[in-house]
Design a protein around this ligand. Structure first.
Ligand code: APR
Length: 243
């Protein structure tokens, strides 16, 4: 199997499903219970900040207080980064997820392109701080001490994802691109595989429960639960399993 020295991995909500966190577009997903326009846009926050805060407060409480743990797929990616280093394999993990399961599993070279649930940002002074409690309109910014400006440090629809320059450079240079647990519905992440194909050098693999919107764009597709197919694929990359 062709493996590369530089691996870029994109993950989505599907990798955290077996840890007990909802995805967005599965039948029982978050967007079947609440409308994006009501809770995940800057306009929604301006119109009804209480509703938006409650939506994220509920999900943050689940992540902070619930028994949410990394699963075998998160752990396999952390292992690939750590053990791959002995084989001169560089791993960059780009996640669309705002949970902290990749960090808890041990991944270090990690970019949260849609932000992080356990961080808050002040709209008045842009101060970003770790945050595990509920957020309200009355929350004072730890940076400028003003109330009324604190929001989840999460990228909403219509806002620019984070770290895009670094991600674009990594996609250009990689030898292997893995897309894990994402439906391929939301750009720019859904377009990363096209960027890799244009660079013309990397092997591209989709690892997902079922074919994504962009399945035709991948050279290799492996379908099944992430907790099984991701550890298997990592073992192949590390040379522990034949093809
Ligand atoms: N193992 C692997 N894949 C799974 C599993 C599993 N156990 N369970 C579900 N999946 C797959 C689904 O088949 C689906 O293709 O994970 C994918 C989840 O897709 P979405 O719910 O659309 O989540 P995601 O692709 O991460 O959404 C991207 O959209 O709403 C925004 O900001 C939000 O980051 C999110 C972005």
């Amino acid at each position: 199997m062709k493996t590369g020295k530089r691996i870029v991995i994109l993950t989505g909500a599907g990798i955290s499903k077996e840890s007990g966190l909802d995805t967005f577009r599965d039948a029982d997903g978050l967007w079947s219970k609440v409308r994006i326009e009501d809770v995940a846009t800057p306009e929604a926050f301006a119109r009804d900040p209480v509703k938006v805060h409650e939506f994220y407060n509920q999900r943050r409480r689940q992540m902070v207080g619930g028994n949410i743990r990394p699963n075998a797929a998160h752990r396999a990616l952390a292992r690939l980064e750590e053990e791959g280093a002995q084989q001169a394999i560089e791993v960059l993990l780009v996640t669309q997820n705002i949970d902290d399961l990749h960090e808890k599993a041990g991944s270090r070279n990690l970019l949260h392109m849609h932000g992080e649930m356990k961080k808050a940002r002040c709209e008045a002074c842009d101060h970003v701080t770790a945050w595990e409690a509920d957020l309200t309109r009355e929350t004072l910014c730890p940076g400028c001490a003003r109330p009324g400006g604190m929001r989840p440090h999460v990228v909403w629809f219509g806002e620019m994802p984070l770290y895009m320059d670094a991600i674009m450079q990594a996609l250009e240079r990689c030898d292997l691109f893995l897309s894990i647990g994402t439906s391929g519905n939301v750009y720019p992440a859904a377009g990363f595989v096209r960027q890799v194909r244009r660079a013309g050098r990397a092997h591209t693999v989709e690892l997902n429960l079922e074919p994504s919107e962009g399945v035709e764009l991948f050279a290799e597709t492996i379908h099944g639960p992430a907790s099984r197919i991701v550890p298997d694929y990592v073992a192949r990359i590390l040379g522990e399993k034949m093809i």
